[in-house]
Structure formats: C-alpha cells, structure tokens
Design a protein around this ligand. Sequence first.
Ligand SMILES: Cc1cc2nc3c(=O)[nH]c(=O)nc-3n(C[C@H](O)[C@H](O)[C@H](O)COP(=O)(O)O)c2cc1C
Length: 319
Amino acid sequence: MYGLLRQLLFRVDSETVHEWVVSGTNLVEPLLRRLPPADDPVEVAGVSFPNRVGLAAGFDKNARWIRVAEALGFGHIEIGAVTPRPQPGHPRPRLFRLPEHKALRNRMGFNNDGLEAIKIRLQNARPRRIRVGVNLGKNADTPLEKAADDYQQVMDGLWHCSDYFSLNISSPNTEGLRSLSQVDTLQALLAQLKPQRPLFLKLSPDEEIETYQAIASHAREWGLAGIVFSNTTARREGPLSSVDTLGGISGAPLLERNLDLLRRVRWTVPLIGVGGILSGMDAMRYRQAGAELVQIYTGLIYAGPTLPRHLVRVMKGCP
Ligand SMILES: Cc1cc2nc3c(=O)[nH]c(=O)nc-3n(C[C@H](O)[C@H](O)[C@H](O)COP(=O)(O)O)c2cc1C
C-alpha cells in the first residue's frame, strides 16, 4: 500500500512532498491518535523515554510535527536544527532522492523559523508523552568563534519546553561547522556552554577513528550526557562516487560504517544510533552495537509511516 503511494509521491519534488506530508498528517492527527500507544519505557541520561525510537533532526525543523510523531509511535523527536534567528537556508531544490541507494542527498543549510517562533509551538504542543530534543544550530552569518553564543541562546530560550539538547557540530551544509569536532576546539566550545538539560553531541560519520576515540574518552569530563551517531556523510566513496558532491547523504549507505564505528570505539556515555535504519533488523543491529536509542529519518521516506511502531515492537524483544 505504501509502496504505491511512494511511487506517486516520488514523482514530485522532495521538499514539496515533505511540506504536503507535514500539513496533511496534521489534519488527520486526531484519527492517528486512536492508534494504541507504543510503549517500551526506558531511561537514558536521566530522561524517561516512552520507547527507544525517535525521529531524527531535520525532519521537523520547526516543531510542527510533534503530535503527529507521537501518534505514529515515536518516543522522542529531535526538532531543528534551531538557530537564534530565522534563516532561509540554501536555495531550492536542496533535497534529492537517490532511490537506487535507498538514500537522500540534502543541502538544506539550517532553514528554520528561529528560536522565538519555535518556542511558541513547543509550548503549545503540551501536554505530551513524546520527549523533545532540540538540535542546536548556529546562524550561517555567525562567525565560528561565536558559535557558542548561538548555541547558548537557543538553550536559554528553549530549555523549559524541551527534554534534551543535541549539539550539532556535524552538518556538512554550514561552512566550517565540522571543524568544531577537532578535540581542542570542541573542548573550548563545551567549556563555554551551560546546558540546563542533558547535552548530547551529534557527530559526523566522516572523522578518523582517533577523533572519535578522543571525544569518547573525554565525554564525561566535558559534561556530555551522550552521543548521537551520526549525521549525514559528505564522503562519496564506492557506489556513491558518481553522486553530486554537494550536500550530505543519509540512508542505507551510512549503515555499515556507523555500526562498525559504534563497535570499535570505547564510548563512555549513552549512544543514540542513527543512520540507514530501514528495517527492524537494522535497528536491532544498532542496539547490539551499543545504542540505547535509535532515530530514523530516511527510513520513514522509504519504508513509510508504520516503521516507527514496527521498530518499537522489534526492539521490545531485544535485551
Ligand atoms: C533533509 C535532511 C535535513 C537534516 N537536517 C538536520 C539538522 O538540521 N540537524 C541534524 O543534526 N541532522 C540533520 N539531518 C541528519 C539526520 O538527523 C540524520 O542524522 C541522518 O539523516 C541519518 O539518518 P537517516 O539515515 O535515518 O536519515 C538531516 C537529514 C536530512 C535528510
């Protein structure tokens, strides 16, 4: 059934479909609410999550889909990236499907309505069972040396209506952002932040293993509550070598390398695994590689809206 709908939707520009889906599903949200809750409670980093499955950052940049995500069975949603001031992002088209790879390529550039508009929506989306993480971004025109000010401003504005923060230093679509993953720079950045909620760090999948090992070994002393692994890849290797070099790739091509890195690094804080989860088996493999929680984005496009509930069911049986 979803396969047929997907064939039709894939004929239209991806971002246009995304907007239709967000508006359309909000209209039928009262009906979706009748579905039974997807329960498998778990506590991670001091936060009680209704289950282990979340919606990854970037799908709901503007906090418009919280109730629908809850109705579809998600236990958490990472909204944003949120920047202090609204910004348009890169010109469209900027979101592309790669069906032969079960992947997406995006160069959105942190398009979002900004902290103040998003605050009002977050306040209005209460009460709720779903946990809300805020993916912290910096405005494109904020110099890298001042990135901490932007991150802090978003935390100060949204802490009272969110459950955790995810510090995004890993988007390939904001110039220079990934340079913040260098250990000294990262340490200096984190020392400037005063998070009022558990702070996760969202990493790129494109660093060397030594960088991950160094970050993992300092994570606790730096006050990190956990790691979100990973963002999209800027690499174009093997089957991806002919794909346009602009932007980050999400979906199936991330899966094997991410699992390998999760297993090889001695992580010292809780992990949220994200990247290429399209089936229950993929989610179980993340769980077995040490992830407490998983998130999906591209899987929702390729496998459809029943995927979150399916993942909750599968992971419930997984110790
Ligand atoms: C269109 C699009 C926009 C995204 N925007 C963000 C973002 O703003 N912040 C972020 O941390 N990750 C962002 N991501 C990355 C996802 O959160 C996720 O880490 C990545 O897509 C890998 O998961 P997936 O394979 O399940 O899609 C975005 C991904 C896509 C496809």
